[in-house]
Write a protein that binds this ligand. Structure first.
Ligand SMILES: [Zn+2]
Length: 444
């Protein structure tokens, strides 16, 4: 039996048995429906008179959008019914496109999150023998990425160190500078570096510059932004240079609405839903109808066992292919995102050309010598749109600005003006979770 298959089998036979799993999901959903009908302000209204009894009846339920939640977060939270339903914590969505929105967890939900974190660890191959370095920054609002990495270590019973990077504050200066984080890693020699991949690369570059050996790294747990092949290669190369030649990148697909992430058992096998008894995923078309298994659609989440913020058919904003076919590598039947097409809202128009900002980002990231970048669209003095690419070059100084221009023109048919900047100019001291790679400064 392969390592991945053995780890998944240890979580319980039900997760590898599609029929048994579906029966468990239906059972959980029936109980959740009862709670929504009696205790959920928004769905109590929506479900009144609706003939919904099973997961097969979903086409009868209108999807919920992010803006619905943002306009009234309290309406998506169940009334407390017993002591296990008291508030445990609040996490906020990272708010890259809108104001941060609170996601409420009850005491019971928190235990469910710990369980989902244990499943994530088992699927991706993290264990009690690991030493985790949580390298998410301390953000301005409580964010699930930083918080749950700590909780995952608690649930696993493994060693944990926390980088606590992020913006410095005058009143309570608790965050650490990069050099301090590198020294901490040298002292503790973690096996797992968990964080936003572009930031993990920065930390390893700092370790390399300071000649700090980090010989125990076996996994990068990448989260919070896409980690394309070029960035994965950069991470494994940097790991080799500091003394860890066998490190792998474990990619993930997370959401604040889950307080966990979908993870791969083996790179390239798709993002596995770690808790199919808590989360039901489907893909839907623009009219809200389910698309066929494995066909592209907008990913929608339904909570099957939640007491705090709980959703029915909540549209997460990603166009993906999702399948419930068991994973050929590990046998997991909990469902997998096998292809990620795009984030919704990622299309912009510049000088009459409509393009996807993720395509722009991938094109720039693939140019040799590009360490980090930020694309800015603004209105120039002649009233026309102007695309400026702010580029940070790699330490070897191999950046060719013309190559950046050519790559962008080929990808999106817009020729940018290229500016060389320092890394700080892009990351700044904002304490944000990830770099903003696209900024639209036009007024309308
Ligand atoms: Zn698998």
């Amino acid at each position: 039996m392969s390592g991945a298959r053995a780890r998944v089998a240890a979580l319980g036979a039900v997760y590898s048995d599609p029929a048994a799993l579906r029966a468990l999901q239906e059972e959980r959903f029936a109980a959740q429906l009862d709670r929504l009908r009696t205790r959920h302000p928004r769905y109590r209204e929506m479900l009144q008179g609706a003939e919904v009894a099973s997961l097969d009846d979903f086409a009868r339920i209108a999807p919920t959008g992010k803006s619905d939640l943002a306009s009234d977060p309290e309406a998506y939270r169940l009334d407390a019914a017993d002591p296990s339903d008291i508030l445990w914590d609040i996490a906020y969505t990272s708010g890259s496109t809108s104001a941060p929105t609170p996601i409420f967890q009850t005491a019971r939900d928190f235990r469910a999150i710990l369980t989902a974190q244990l499943h994530m660890a088992a699927i991706r191959g993290m264990s009690a023998d690991d030493r985790i370095a949580n390298l998410f920054p301390l953000t301005t609002q409580p964010h699930g990425a930083w918080t749950r990495a700590n909780h995952a270590a608690a649930a696993l019973g493994c060693e944990l160190v926390v980088g606590l990077g992020g913006a410095a504050a005058d009143d309570y200066p608790v965050t650490r500078r990069t050099t301090e984080i590198v020294r901490m890693l040298e002292r503790t020699q973690p096996t797992v570096l968990w964080g936003v991949p572009s930031y993990l690369a920065r930390i390893l570059e700092a370790a390399r510059s300071a000649d700090v050996p980090l010989t125990g790294i076996r996994m990068f747990a990448a989260s919070g932004e896409a980690c394309p092949p070029a960035l994965q290669a950069q991470l494994t190369q940097l790991a080799a240079e500091v003394g860890s030649p066998d490190a792998v990148v474990s990619n993930s697909f997370g959401a604040s609405e889950l307080q966990c992430g979908l993870v791969e058992c083996v790179p390239g096998t798709g993002f596995h839903n770690p808790a199919p008894d808590q989360f039901f995923f489907e893909t839907i078309d623009d009219d809200g109808a389910p698309t066929s298994d494995g066909e592209p659609g907008r990913l929608a989440l339904t909570h099957l066992d939640r007491r705090g913020t709980a959703f029915l058919r909540y549209v997460l904003g990603d166009v993906v292919e999702y399948t419930i076919e068991p994973c050929p590598e590990c046998g997991w039947a909990g469902g997998r995102v096998v292809a990620h097409h795009r984030r919704e809202g990622s299309m912009v128009k510049v000088r009459g050309n409509l393009f996807d900002v993720t395509v722009l980002g991938a094109a720039v990231g693939a140019v040799d010598g590009v360490r980090e970048h930020q694309a800015v669209v603004r209105t120039a003095s002649d009233g026309m749109d102007e695309l400026v690419l702010r580029v940070v070059e790699t330490a070897d100084g191999a950046l060719d600005a013309d190559a950046v221009q050519r790559a962008v023109r080929a990808a999106i048919r817009v020729t940018p003006r290229v500016e060389r900047v320092a890394l700080f100019d892009i990351h700044g001291a904002t304490g944000s979770l990830k770099p903003r790679r696209f900024v639209d400064e036009r007024s309308s």
